[in-house]
Design a protein around this ligand. Structure first.
Ligand SMILES: Cc1cc2nc3c(=O)[nH]c(=O)nc-3n(C[C@H](O)[C@H](O)[C@H](O)COP(=O)(O)OP(=O)(O)OC[C@H]3O[C@@H](n4cnc5c(N)ncnc54)[C@H](O)[C@@H]3O)c2cc1C
Ligand code: SF4
Length: 547
């Protein structure tokens, strides 16, 4: 069956803050200049915002620029930050860092605590009102190139293909979406972005990207435990000091508390389980005091691209650009990427609009990286660029060095330190201590399966597995033999399981792909990069409600 095609001036792949900001900015410029432009945005989630998982404390700077009257327009950005608490935890207690000692980038005065999925949903409504064609439920599955090798758009995934790769009774071919420029806004570790980096050598001369996995729950807590506007960040326990990570507790509106935990994916002990670290984190007296008597409402996880400026790929290639977390715009020191995603989307949109107005197509949008270089966002990311490399030196030394870098040198150190890749950092399981995680109590702490249930994730089982193994022998011959199958522990959704026959022999990897929450951690952390995450059918995956 032939694929149908549609033509647009600009196509945007991904409906997060970056993609939606780009779409809105394009239509705003069209209205200002009286020069219409057709804009299409596709999103793999069933609805806009349903795959967004964030903290989130949002710096409104970029939103102020994009939609200056966002308050009057009813943006779900209502809980202003009232207090920052940064705490170094030990096993039984914690020490709060005096606010005066905190670098500016850790302070949140003027910021808002939001449910980023709700913000995305609202941005989607703004985009539609401006005339953007917004199509949730459509996953960009394949990059299309024209005869010159430039990107000419994407094809959405076929529907109704069976597990064996045959066309089933409900088969529907994907659609080709062609554009003069295509902006890729897939978020962290975009699967098309990864292909573009390889095809156009976008990573030449830059550091490897480095990542974290962020796990999050949304709780409804008793009113007496709720402190709207309070932002708590912790570091230290339960992770050892040589492993990067930390937690957050954000008090939203309506007795809601967002609690989360981030673990750097350069961790070395294959026995470590980010999910279980998060669960025991909640048992700490400084943390459980906010949750006791409350009810867990939602759960999810997502990877975070944390390498900063020195890990950013080249942003443009013939026919398009990478924006938002797809291009690593997040500021890891601030754990903030939503403002950077919006700003990068706006800058790329401005470059694309001018190019289309000048009747250009499918060349490089050189004006985008140039505009970024002279923007406040570049200045901000440049100032904190050494954060992740410092933190590789361990919690105490890293915090001290970053403190000096920010408080004394004001982020203007004449050196730029480097990042390295995460997947090759695991030590042999036999050389590392096993970690004895406590059993979940079902009240404050939970197991993976009951957690995944709260993500509402769902995938048609009769379709090709979207977690592809390049070599089917590696999970047992390498991962199990050397690292005790770490995918069983780093996957936050229990997708990977080593199963054995009745005699306890013949181990094999079972992939429960239907549980996947699209966090991308396996694509990042698999020690030999043997796992390739590709999009499943459009509209599948988690259905987060305001995460
Ligand atoms: C645990 C955690 C805590 C965080 N805390 C904060 C915080 O406090 N403050 C802050 O500012 N930032 C925070 N961030 C970072 C912030 O969430 C991101 O920087 C921001 O969401 C990036 O926006 P984006 O649009 O680039 O990508 P995303 O928000 O990831 O959106 C990408 C969208 O593209 C869609 N998509 C992906 N691939 C395809 C495809 N092939 N076809 C169609 N659609 C596709 C996805 O489904 C998704 O909807 C946090 C992140 C995490 C994980
Ligand atoms: S299978 Fe991979 S992408 Fe899916 S939830 Fe597990 S680690 Fe994340």
């Amino acid at each position: 069956m032939e694929r149908e095609s549609m033509e647009f001036d600009v196509l945007i792949v991904g409906g997060g803050p970056a993609g939606l900001a780009a779409a809105i900015r394009l239509k705003q410029l069209a209205a200002e200049k009286g020069n219409d432009i057709s804009v299409c945005l596709i999103e793999k989630a069933a609805e806009i915002g349903a795959h967004i998982l964030s903290g989130a404390v949002m710096d409104p700077r970029a939103l102020n620029e994009l939609i200056p009257d966002w308050k009057e327009q009813g943006a779900p950005v209502t809980t202003a930050v009232t207090e920052d608490r940064v705490i170094f935890l030990n096993e039984t207690g914690g020490r709060k860092v005096p606010t005066g000692l905190l670098p500016d980038c850790f302070l949140n005065h003027g910021n808002y605590i939001v449910r980023l999925g709700n913000v995305a949903k609202w941005l989607g409504e703004q985009a539609e009102a401006l005339g953007v064609e917004v199509y949730p439920g459509f996953a960009g599955a394949e990059i299309l190139f024209d005869e010159t090798g430039a990107v000419k758009g994407v094809a959405t995934g076929d529907m109704g293909v069976t597990r064996e790769g045959e066309q089933g009774p409900a088969y529907q071919p994907g659609m080709e979406l062609h554009a003069k420029y295509t902006l890729f806004a897939e978020g962290c570790r975009g699967h098309l972005g990864k292909q573009l980096e390889a095809k156009f050598n976008l990573r030449n001369g830059v550091d490897p990207q480095t990542y974290g996995i962020g796990l999050k729950e949304l709780w409804e807590v008793p009113a007496e435990r709720h402190e709207p506007g309070v932002v708590v960040h912790t570091t230290g326990w339960p992770l050892p000091s040589d492993t990067y990570g930390g937690g957050f507790v954000y008090h939203l509106e309506d007795n809601l508390v967002a609690i989360g935990y981030v673990v750097g994916l350069n961790y070395t002990n294959p026995h470590l389980s980010p999910f279980e670290e998060f669960q025991r984190y909640k048992t700490h007296p400084e943390i459980r005091k906010y949750l006791e008597g409350g009810k867990r409402l939602a759960y999810g996880a997502r990877a975070i691209a944390a390498g900063g400026l020195q890990s950013q790929p080249k942003l443009v290639f013939p026919g398009g650009a990478l924006i938002g977390d797809d291009a690593g715009f997040l500021n890891a020191a601030r754990i903030k990427g939503s403002h950077a995603a919006i700003k990068s989307g706006m800058l790329a949109a401005e470059a694309a609009f001018d190019a289309v107005a000048a009747e250009r197509q499918r060349d490089e949008l050189a004006a985008f990286p140039e505009a970024f270089k002279s923007s406040w966002l570049y200045e901000e990311l440049h100032k904190t660029r050494n954060f992740k490399p410092y933190m590789k030196k361990g919690l105490w030394m890293g915090s001290l060095l970053f403190g000096i870098d920010q408080k004394v040198l004001k982020g203007k150190a004449p050196w730029t330190l480097h990042n390295s890749s995460d997947h090759d950092k695991l030590k042999l399981a036999s050389e590392c201590p096993k970690i004895d995680y406590p059993k979940p109590d079902g009240v404050l702490t939970f197991d993976r399966l009951s957690s995944v249930f709260l993500s509402n994730t769902n995938h048609e089982e009769d379709q090709p597995c979207h977690l592809q193994l390049k070599d089917a022998s590696v999970p047992i011959a390498v991962n199990l033999a050397k690292y005790d199958a770490p995918e069983q522990r780093y996957c936050p959704a229990g997708v990977y399981e080593i199963v054995r026959d009745e005699s306890g022999q013949n181990p094999r990897l079972q992939i429960n792909a239907q549980n996947c929450v699209h966090c991308k951690t396996c694509d990042i952390k698999d020690p030999t990069q043997n796992i390739n995450w590709v999009v499943p059918q459009g509209g599948e995956g988690p259905i987060y409600q305001g995460m």
